[in-house]
Design a protein around this ligand. Structure first.
Ligand SMILES: [Zn+2]
Length: 103
């Protein structure tokens, strides 16, 4: 998690629930150290901020740095990973997004 974020009790509970669901390891590589709970739809969106289906457990590499699959460094790679490995979760988020997100 980025250093400037202030995490509330609810943020921490959400992150813990996401990590529990994913077996306390990075969903991409299985790394168990310095695990982050990533928001697929950005955390600024209140309707999905605490939705467990909007979370993914990622190691720092797959959260921020990897050029092949990284939530922040290669979102297209992450999207393709979701399509292959979490199709139901992706479908749920697509429906949610259409319902709630407006420009
Ligand atoms: Zn990883």
């Amino acid at each position: 998690m980025r250093g400037t974020l202030k995490l509330t009790k609810e943020d921490k509970e959400w992150a813990n629930s996401v990590k529990d669901r994913d077996g306390r390891k990075c969903v991409i590589c299985g790394n168990t150290e310095r695990l982050n709970a990533h928001h697929i739809i950005v955390r600024e969106n209140h309707e999905t901020k605490f939705d467990i289906e909007n979370g993914l457990s990622l190691c720092p590499k797959h959260h921020f740095f990897c050029r092949q699959i990284s939530a922040h460094n290669n979102p297209l790679g992450m999207f393709m990973w979701l399509e292959t490995n979490r199709p139901q979760q992706l479908q749920y988020l697509k429906i949610k997004m259409k319902e709630i997100l407006k420009c």
